[in-house]
Design a protein around this ligand. Structure first.
Ligand SMILES: Cc1cc2nc3c(=O)[nH]c(=O)nc-3n(C[C@H](O)[C@H](O)[C@H](O)COP(=O)(O)O)c2cc1C
Length: 397
């Protein structure tokens, strides 16, 4: 698997840096070519000579090394490998990555690269559990950075808890996955996103405040895991992600047709905020404001897309995920909704205006499955999407 793969191994200044030597050795045993990059702090823990001897390669340390730039510039170095692995990833490196800092060779390579990045964090338990590190972790996950570990256990500093560098075999397994085409390769996933517009007449419509941000982030995260994604989107505020097949619709009826036309799918995620009703007596021409009084709109129910797909007798996706955006009794409504509709999972969230979720950049969800309700921490919509995509990959592969 690793034969002929080229890995850029960034070794940060953590007490576990010595374990990078074992990792390097094992990677080489499996046929990988490894180019080490050592941070200034990293060099306090392991010597460039050890890394160079084990990798049989030059060790890169300085952004402003004239010889390095003449041989291979930092941009070229950031692109030359198939994968960048940061082990150990210090709290400092994670913070730099999350904030786009580029003030040394390692952080500049991480900002300049167009390749996948896998980090193996390692630090004191309090540093790991600090809200700043957890925020950075969520940002990095949202940016598509892959993470292995940390493990839980006794630490070099004498404390106990999560923060130990993942074991070498686990890091190598994560490298294998990162270098593969993704766990969802060959899987077709349908994602709906955005609001629907239900016409009142040719110029007016009834809509809702969905921005499409969460559905877009989910589609992006699924693509990152190798899925072939059909993205059925209502008129959203955010553009569709790259690498998906986009089917743009306006009404709930058009969305249902696009969804059924997109079958078969291995999984379907219904993140769109579909209108429950349409205007049955929508005007063919603009309704005039005249003396005959206010227009009387008659509503008719839209077909239920989630229930339709969940209850398909043939060709039902193996996993059907619905969203429940509620303003009251979120968990109770969402739990009942899962059973009523017949879907497998419901991602429930409170969209009361005070939460700032609808149209905002963060989400605070509870995943409801047959096993019960699992409350996720509030995090960016990108991080929520990455977590959901990982769960979907586990469920259908
Ligand atoms: C003895 C010692 C051990 C350290 N261990 C860790 C560690 O395990 N994880 C970590 O995130 N920082 C650790 N630090 C702090 C980092 O070395 C420091 O934040 C440094 O700036 C990291 O630089 P880098 O991210 O460029 O490698 C340690 C510092 C010392 C002095």
């Amino acid at each position: 698997m690793l034969a002929d793969k080229h890995i850029l191994l960034i070794v940060g200044g953590g007490v576990a840096a010595f374990k990078a030597l074992d990792l390097l050795r094992r990677l080489r045993e499996q046929g990988a070519k490894v180019t080490p990059v050592l941070t200034k702090a990293g060099a306090e823990f392991v010597t460039p000579l050890s890394l160079s001897a084990l990798s049989v390669s030059k060790v890169y340390q300085d952004l402003f090394d004239l010889t390095d730039e003449a041989e291979m510039g930092h941009i070229e170095l950031s692109r030359a490998a198939d994968l960048i692995v940061v082990a150990p990833a210090t709290a400092d490196l994670m913070a730099k990555m999350a904030h786009g800092l580029a003030n040394d060779l390692a952080s500049t390579l991480l900002l300049a690269t167009d390749k996948r990045v896998l980090i193996a964090p390692s630090m004191n338990v309090r540093m790991w559990e600090h809200p700043a590190t957890q925020r950075n972790l969520a940002t990095l996950k949202g940016d598509g950075v892959l993470v292995v570990g940390p493990d839980e256990g006794a630490m070099a500093c004498g404390e106990f808890g999560p923060g130990r560098l993942a074991e070498t075999p686990d890091i190598i397994a994560a490298i294998d996955v990162a270098l593969s085409d993704g766990p969802l390769k060959g899987k077709h996933v349908l994602v709906t996103s955005g609001p629907t517009h239900e016409p009142i007449d040719p110029v007016r419509y009834i809509a809702n405040r969905s921005s499409g941000a969460q559905g877009t982030a989910i589609a992006k995260a699924l693509v990152a895991l190798g899925a072939q994604v059909t993205f059925v989107t209502g008129p959203a505020d955010v553009p569709p992600p790259a690498g998906v097949r986009v089917v743009a619709v306006k009404t709930a009826k058009e969305m249902l047709d696009a969804v059924t036309d997109s079958a078969p799918a291995d999984a379907a995620v219904f993140a769109a905020a579909v209108a429950d009703w349409h205007v049955a007596n929508a005007g063919d021409s603009k309704i005039k404001k005249d003396k005959s009084g206010l227009p009387k709109l008659e509503f008719a129910e839209n077909s239920d897309i989630l229930a339709t797909v969940s209850q398909m007798k043939t060709g039902r996706p193996a996993l059907v995920v619905g969203f429940a955006a509620e303003t009251d009794d979120v968990i109770a409504y969402a739990t009942a909704k899962r059973l009523r509709k017949g879907c497998d999972w419901i991602v429930a969230n409170d969209v009361s205006p005070s939460t700032g979720i609808m149209g905002g950049s963060e989400n605070d969800v509870t995943l409801i499955t047959a096993d019960g309700a699992e409350d996720w921490p509030r995090m960016s919509k990108d991080a929520t999407a990455a977590e959901l995509a990982t769960r979907i990959a586990k469920a259908i592969t």
